[in-house]
Design a protein. Structure first.
Lengths: 482, 482
């Protein structure tokens, strides 16, 4: 049987933490003299109170957390966080419609960044701060999830990294999660802090610098400006954000090594080199297209290409240019990038670079297998032969990802969105990117989507964020059986 | 070393056969009093002569045909056939541009059906007959290839059917190919003949009936009319063609069993049931959409839905309605159908229903594997556990198919075709369907594609038709090594 009491116990604790963070938005609101401070404070108090009640009520439960409990906590955690996280938006009347408030919040916690707001600058600083903070917290959550929890649960071929993750490698989840989490969060905080300093040095005010650093490191992409990063007409600021999006899209375990000057471990990492290669190739092609075909100046072309490529690849979703107004060639490249996603163990979404790399390697090796049917030809990664079970899992993941993409595109098309908009909205939600194509492109927003569509896309953000299997398992008979 | 002489020997023989078939178009031309009869006759004479020369010149070669020779014959065969097959179009001035003539011919032999013609009815009967015949011959070729040659070469998980194919199961390719081919071609001819009779009974003239029967059974889709099947404003004719497209999309081995009254073997075949299921579900959805959303009469909605679904699923590409003018929901469904393709061992292209079925089964079983990591959970098909090697191969195939689709869409977009047209043209060529989306939709044609684009799409038709691996292997170092 599933131990629901321990699930409630942990969720209560997490909710309590969320409430404390939410409380931070109240003084921010006060500083900027917003009228929202009081409402935000009451919302956070309610969250803290309910969280604490559940925590204390179940404190005597047996503390054994197995696979089933792990899956439940992870999935319900994101949902519960989003429900309570939506309260400040709703009660301050910043987003007076609850569906919209929930959409905006889960888009935050899943670090997607798809927004229903049509006039972001009209929101108070307190609310904007909370909006950015949801992404930063979501990023924290995903780091622990992908580097500490999922490997133990055996999800999505993540076992591959178990050796790479700094920290002890015990049998139980508990001590492992705690140790790993501490070290990775340290890095996360350091990078966020560094970005704030560099942005302020570039002339950005402290509030915007903090908010954008939150959403950069989470690869979230919420901006305090309607025009996103295009608002800051400064190459310096754009390069700084590009750099930190890049860092946030790399496995945080590698950043840990880099900060300990063990650069050879970084460079020897095949996923990292794939990640770098994708950025270079796509940036090169798009830069050339902008320079030759659209006669743009070289530096501007390079900067805009690099920014957009890194932003989409890492699934951040910041924009400095309307790429849909560029040539079809660029639009197709951007659309393809939407499926890659960041590295495993980063805050990025999507299918993850390592899975794409394994898929490609496995496919090309099949040519060798066809010529030598009796030879054993394993996929090698980082110098080691990869277990066939992991390959099968990665392939199943990719199939589910594409299947979800296909079925969801059909669902969106029933709302009379054309092929491009349907596919764009789904790819952007499932990949936790934010802006998509067509009517949900970088210069548009998700406000016009019908209520059902918003809940549906919110669900896609969730299953994309949780590596699909985590959520699918809950709907599978194998999960509930015996 | 590759035995090039035996490759030339076999290709010479096949070319000789092609020449003989081409010769048939000359009397057809004479009957209808066309001026093209003489030119067609000379073209066929040239083909026969060159084929025979190569055949006789190499008749003393060692006759051992291994894997390498098999791959080369299959790939080069289609290319050589198309070069010579283009001669009548070119020299009669029916298609005065050689790129266009080659495109039209390889689109015929690969049973794709994508056309560069803007006024089909202006062509002479002799030329139209040859155009339809290329598809019929291509269909014959693909039946032998997929049911007799590929299983022996170990391509694309086709080993799965080796037990299903009627005929002896020896070690050598030679007797197996001959026996299997004979039986399957018998069925192919019978069905073609039946369709001709049924179409003539419906009021179609003999010439059109023969041409359309050729291209139906090959799932080719070339019509003698610019408006395709929409020209024949007869529900009877549309239902007859639907039925034979369906038959042509089913594994011909199953038709063999059905003709021997062993219906239980047909019904127990899982791929067949998947195939049927896809047709039913998609037809139901589209019919409902047409009836409810577009207020069309029920029978017409059903007929048009069924026709388009079967035509696209079997990769025939006949049209009775401009589906792009329907709701986005339908367009998305049609686009998705373009990837399924017919059954393995049919004349249909695409990824093949069985591969999709295996992919889905394997993915859902992964959920079970995650909950029971130590259990061995094989995919079962037709009641048997499927070898893991076959699953890996199918997954590699699917990856290559999608990779080819993605890269090719990028290539098409460099010619400034928008995302939808780029993807549509590639999906339709790679899947051997014919009409795509956007500017290459069912009411359009491929004439406006630049020269490079035409050669590129022709290449896609070839690799799509030959199950990708066959062609890719020729470009792989593993093929040429040692």
């Amino acid at each position: 049987m599933v131990n629901f009491r321990v699930v409630t116990y942990i969720l209560g604790f997490l909710l309590f933490i969320e409430g404390l963070f939410m409380m931070l938005a109240a003084p921010v609101s006060l500083i900027y003299d917003n009228s929202d401070a009081e409402t935000i404070f009451y919302c956070s108090l309610l969250t803290v109170f309910i969280g604490l009640s559940f925590f204390l009520w179940n404190r005597k439960c047996t503390k054994n957390i197995g696979k089933r409990e792990g899956y439940l906590i992870v999935t319900l955690g994101w949902v519960v966080f989003s429900f309570f996280g939506a309260l400040p938006f709703y009660f301050t009347n910043a987003i007076p419609n609850f569906t919209n408030a929930f959409f905006e919040t889960i888009s935050g916690f899943t670090t997607t960044g798809a927004s229903i707001l049509t006039d972001i600058e009209s929101l108070s600083q307190g609310i904007l701060f909370w909006r950015s903070l949801t992404q930063w917290l979501g990023g924290m959550g995903i780091i622990v999830l992908s580097l500490a929890i999922l490997p133990v649960l055996g999800i999505g071929g993540m076992q591959l990294f178990i050796a790479e993750v700094p920290g002890p490698t015990p049998d139980k989840i508990h001590p492992r999660v705690r140790e790993t989490a501490k070290r990775l969060w340290g890095i996360y905080v350091i990078f966020t802090f560094l970005e704030v300093i560099l942005l302020v040095m570039g002339g950005m005010n402290l509030f915007d610098a903090v908010c954008h650093s939150f959403t950069t490191m989470a690869t979230g992409g919420y901006s305090t400006k309607q025009d996103s990063i295009a608002y800051f007409d400064s190459p310096y600021i754009q390069y700084v954000i590009t750099f930190f999006m890049f860092i946030a899209g790399v496995n945080f375990a590698l950043s840990y090594f880099a900060l300990h000057f063990r650069f050879n471990k970084v460079w020897k990492n095949e996923e990292f080199r794939f990640f770098l290669g994708i950025i270079l190739v796509f940036t090169l092609f798009i830069t050339l297209n902008l320079v030759i075909d659209m006669k743009k100046p070289l530096e501007e072309s390079f900067r805009e290409s690099l920014f957009q490529v890194v932003s989409i690849l890492t699934t951040t979703g910041f924009v400095t240019a309307d790429y849909l107004s560029w040539r079809p060639f660029v639009v197709v490249l951007i659309f393809i990038l939407m499926f890659f996603g960041g590295s495993a163990g980063s805050t990025g979404g999507g299918m993850k670079v390592i899975r794409i790399a394994l898929l490609l390697k496995n496919s090309f090796l099949e040519l060798k297998r066809l010529m030598h049917p009796n030879a054993i030809v394993p996929v090698r990664f980082d110098g080691n032969a990869v277990n066939q079970q992991i390959i099968t899992n990665v392939l199943a993941f990719a199939s589910f990802y594409l299947l979800t993409f296909v079925i969801s595109s059909i669902v969106m098309s029933t709302m009379n969105y054309d092929l491009v908009t349907s596919m764009g909205a789904v790819a952007a939600s499932l990949g936790n990117i934010g802006p998509g194509l067509g009517a949900v492109g970088p210069m548009e927003n998700f406000a016009h989507i019908p209520v059902f569509g918003k809940w549906f896309l919110a669900f896609l953000m969730l299953i994309g964020r949780l590596e699909i299997f985590t959520v699918l398992l809950l709907f599978s008979p194998h999960f509930w059986r015996k």
